[in-house]
Design a protein. Structure first.
Lengths: 206, 206
């Protein structure tokens, strides 16, 4: 692209560093900001810088938080002995939205992915293993996405904590509530049948 | 969405003000920045603020520029008597990319759109009319998108400058080069036939 302004070019370049934002989209976003009052750009920039410089990660579960211990970990009503292992903050938000979970979380910050150069040491795995070894945990629930990387990460952690007397489980995979069987992929449908549950149990939550 | 951090919520809120960026996408972008080195966020914020506070709009054509007169208007080789009327900077960049145009531009900054509350006075129309009345211009080329708003804007400007002895034209509409006739919409194909050009002329640019 041939920019008429270096300032514009620089802004587009920085904006297009964001994932999924190409040069064209970046240009559209930047030109939008140019048309808006100056406050909008200042507020956006300030919010991003504030977040980056002031945000904390919970010492306990590594969730994004304004304090050194996040609200979930600080909540006396949450069962600290049940730990749900998730990839990032979005998964915490998604599970919290269900209002079905009363334990705490452990945010890994990613999945083991040799292709992307992410090994176990770059993730928050060691602190989870320490929690288990310190006998603070009764149950670990693996809630990573069921991809090759997710399964690898689950298994890596499992090997580290097996024999420590902790119960491990993974979230149920199956046909989504309200979904038609005929449109489900075979793997999901297969797991749905394999891991069927007693009918009475299915009546508990609705 | 239920955020674990006010800072995160604020950043997502500001980011989702951008057009086409929903809350989920904003969260993804913001979490990406959180994972990256602090410099990336600082550079992005600085680039946006610099652009907003320091950028100029060319006094002559209203294009985005680092100087008071843009490079195109300042170029002695460009024909100042031919003015191509476009909506915004992206259109200038698109036409410049073709290397087929040797005149100058006039950037309106939008189209007349009563639905969005944009009237003629919010656009750079007056300065264009002044240029024409000062007899600085021989030809006006309308290159707005062919929507209801584009056509309205063209016609509004046309009414202001008719009788001033300026030649007016609009860019040709037709089937794209390399496109199959069978997939073209009827309006475009219809115009293509209606505004057919002498065969010898079609051989000039290839």
């Amino acid at each position: 692209m041939d920019f008429s302004s270096k300032l514009l070019e620089k802004a587009v370049e920085e904006m297009s560093q964001l994932p999924g934002i190409g040069k064209r989209t970046a240009l559209r976003l930047v030109l939008h900001l140019l048309k808006q009052p100056e406050e909008q750009t200042l507020h956006l920039s300030k919010a991003l810088i504030d977040l980056k410089t002031e945000v904390n990660f919970c010492k306990n579960c590594h969730n994004v938080s304004d304090h050194t211990i996040c609200e979930i970990c600080a909540n006396a009503n949450r069962d600290k002995a049940i730990v749900c292992v998730v990839e990032d903050v979005r998964d915490v938000m998604a599970i919290e939205n269900t209002s079905q979970y009363k334990g705490v979380y452990h945010v890994l910050g990613g999945k083991i992915s040799p292709m992307d150069g992410i090994g176990p040491s770059q993730l928050n795995i060691e602190s989870l293993v320490q929690k288990v070894r310190a006998k603070e945990v009764d149950e670990i629930i693996f809630a990573l996405s069921s991809t090759m990387e997710g399964d690898t990460t689950n298994f890596y952690i499992y090997r580290q904590i097996e024999g420590e007397g902790v119960v491990t489980s993974t979230i149920a995979r199956g046909i989504g509530v309200g979904d038609e069987l005929e449109y489900a992929d075979e793997v999901t449908l297969g797991r749905s049948i394999l891991h069927r549950i007693p009918f009475e149990n299915s009546l508990k939550n609705s």
